[in-house]
Design a binder for this molecule. Structure first.
Ligand SMILES: Nc1ncnc2c1ncn2[C@@H]1O[C@H](COP(=O)(O)OP(=O)(O)OP(=O)(O)O)[C@@H](O)[C@H]1O
Ligand SMILES: Nc1ncnc2c1ncn2[C@@H]1O[C@H](COP(=O)(O)OP(=O)(O)OP(=O)(O)O)[C@@H](O)[C@H]1O
Ligand SMILES: [Mg+2]
Ligand SMILES: [Mg+2]
Lengths: 228, 228
């Protein structure tokens, strides 16, 4: 699914250069469940934005489902993102004047493949799966931090992606709610969804099958998870 | 320092009522370090907003440093907030077009007490204490999630408050950075800073001296932490 070689991402700030990614080699096959860990500032979100086709590398190659992402035009990229990828952002990125249900419905309205089904009821079902069936009409500022995070998770899953990219999906959730969300990810992974999630909590990472650790923009460790 | 009796906060939404706080009794003395825990949506941020004088209760009384908050006018409240309280928000709430250093300097510019000292160097020192000495010129969108969170922590501490209210201060931080931030809180607490922090991680809560647990807007548990 994902084949990355020699990927770098450098920010130029005045006379300074920040090497957010300093040369990443990473292959993820279909159906894997990978946890990405590492210190604050080590490059996790930058890597996730690359994989999610939301940012361009400074150098290196990225092949998604056999296609070189660098060769794809804007429309093709947007289409790929909408149909195959689900993205849970670290900062939620919900539309503030829009209800929870409408936020979750939004990706379905962009889906030109016409996969059908009533988008409002699909959105409500996705919210029920993350425990927010009684909050569908709330605006983001009428929801707690963890509830906003769960709306972002529902939005990422409603399009039935083949690859889920979740950046700190349980950062604002209590342990019990976190376990419910991870059980949902595992269930979807058993059904074939490829999952790449960033987490800083070891117990959360152990729900995955493989842990990739970043330090200063490089992968320093890539190991399977034993006795899950 | 904090004396709360019978505090409620109810949101009216159409025909529905959401009892975010259903009757809170809580006393916190000067120099305490309290962790507030509870499920997503249990009322933690609502309680923190009350304590931080950022929201008005529906009923009940709140006395801060011997003064009834309900009797205070807007100017007096703003003054109290600026001089005695430091607030770390769950969503960081940084100004997006402003550098890390300027974000941290902001509360010093509002401080009419003229406590003096060059606000730029005080802001830089606060950022160094949270490990961001080399990121002072970055805008929030040029910082990682955990770096933004640390800017929010530096901003809350730069005015040398007597009460720190931190809502999920380590939600986006890796374990090692979290420990550094909590060690800083403990050091300031040893010097007399009263700390009330929300966390969903048990290991983080154990840095405090007391754990208060919320469920559905009520305190269900209030116990000291043993063998820290
Ligand atoms: N403006 C609002 N209007 C209606 N309901 C609200 C509003 N703000 C919060 N709520 C509701 O009040 C309850 C408590 O919210 P609060 O933000 O205090 O929870 P929390 O314990 O901080 O949760 P989390 O751990 O997810 O951050 C939630 O169920 C939420 O949906
Ligand atoms: N637009 C930008 N301009 C300059 N530097 C940036 C920019 N975006 C990110 N950085 C820097 O790149 C590094 C990696 O950032 P990234 O967001 O990937 O880290 P992260 O591992 O996700 O951290 P966290 O766990 O705190 O979320 C950080 O040191 C950050 O300061
Ligand atoms: Mg990040
Ligand atoms: Mg909260």
């Amino acid at each position: 699914v994902i084949r990355i070689e020699g990927l770098t991402r450098t920010y130029v700030m005045g006379t300074n250069q920040v090497h957010a990614l300093a040369g990443i080699d990473l292959t993820v096959s279909a159906g894997e469940m990978v946890a990405v860990m590492g210190a604050s500032g080590s490059g996790k979100s930058t890597l996730m934005n690359m994989i999610g086709c939301l940012d361009q590398p400074t150098s290196g190659s990225y092949e998604l489902d056999g296609e070189q992402v660098a060769d794809l035009g804007r429309n093709r990229l947007a289409d790929l993102r909408n149909r195959r990828l689900g993205f849970v952002f670290q900062g939620f990125n919900l539309l503030s004047r829009t209800s929870a249900q409408e936020n979750v419905e939004l990706p379905l309205l962009y889906d030109r493949s016409g996969r059908g089904g009533d988008s409002a009821s699909r959105a409500r079902r996705a919210l029920e799966r993350v425990g927010l069936g009684d909050r569908t009409g709330h605006l983001p500022n009428e929801l707690s931090g963890g509830q906003q995070q769960r709306v972002a998770i529902a939005r990422a899953l409603v399009t039935e992606p083949s690859l889920l990219l979740a950046d700190e999906p349980t950062g604002n959730l209590d342990t019990r709610t976190s376990i419910e969300v991870l059980a949902l990810f595992q269930e979807l992974n058993d059904q074939g969804l490829t999952v790449v999630m960033v987490t800083h909590e070891k117990e959360i990472a152990r729900y995955a099958k493989r842990i990739v650790e970043l330090r200063d923009g490089l992968i320093v460790r890539d190991v399977p998870v034993h006795d899950r």
